[in-house]
Write a protein that binds this ligand. Structure first.
Ligand SMILES: N[C@@H](CCC(=O)N[C@@H](CS)C(=O)NCC(=O)O)C(=O)O
Length: 220
């Protein structure tokens, strides 16, 4: 059976799935779709995922989308090198951290990213300042976790790391823009403001297979 993964360059949700596949060491067919060309809205993609979003994963005849659900599927189907820890208790903490990220951080990250990278919103607005304030607070919690251990939960990398890392990278890419100077002042440089987080970013980047997951259009 072949695992087909349909993804977009720079999509943080897609990046999660690629990191998880590399973590498991599973062979997969990579289908990089052009989001600007709307390839994710092609009829054969809508047949797999009616919302026409990426990532979508197909394993033989089975189709799964929504990045957290994909990680869960991969872990249940291929239990070697777990993504959700070694015990039910550890698994629940990992799932909790993933849900907390989605509920309390990701909406603010995406607000900043939309304003800075896609011109959808004003980076100088009160909403953007508030979003950055919320991110900075939640990043403190993650910093606290990473001051106690190498990975976000437990002694091994897993779903919590792969859920959060791509969003942070996208945020850093947006905050590096000159028009983000005011917004970024509380966050950058990461190594100074969040040293444990900075070291964790380097740890993720040193994982086997990481280079294959890096958004191709970010290389140029
Ligand atoms: N909650 C979904 C989000 C997927 C998503 O929104 N992907 C974006 C790319 S970053 C997409 O496909 N956008 C296309 C669209 O909105 O039409 C997940 O976790 O997989």
């Amino acid at each position: 059976m072949t695992i087909d993964v349909y993804w977009g360059s720079g999509s943080p949700y897609s990046w999660r799935v690629l990191l998880a596949l590399e973590h498991k060491g599973l062979p997969y067919e990579s289908h990089l779709l052009s989001l600007p060309m709307q390839e994710h809205k092609a009829p054969h993609m809508l047949a797999l995922n009616p919302r026409g979003r990426v990532p979508t994963l197909k394993d033989g005849d089975y189709v799964v989308f929504e990045s957290l659900a994909v990680l869960y599927y991969l872990d249940r189907k291929y239990p070697e090198k777990p993504l959700f820890g070694d015990t039910p208790e550890e698994g629940a903490v990992i799932m909790r951290v993933c849900c907390e990220y989605q509920a309390y951080i990701e909406p603010y990250v995406m607000r900043i990213v939309r304003a800075l990278l896609y011109g959808n919103g004003d980076p100088h607005s009160d909403e953007s300042t508030y979003a950055m304030h919320m991110i900075a607070g939640e990043a403190r919690t993650i910093e606290g976790r990473l001051s106690k251990g190498p990975w976000i939960v437990g002694e091994k990398p897993g779903a919590a790391d792969y859920m959060i890392y791509p969003g942070i990278m996208l945020l850093l890419r947006a905050l590096a823009l000159p028009e983000a100077r005011e917004l970024s002042s509380r966050f950058l440089p990461v190594e100074a403001n969040y040293p444990a987080l900075g070291r964790w970013l380097e740890r993720v980047e040193a994982l086997p297979g990481y280079a294959r997951t890096y958004p191709p259009h970010w290389r140029s």
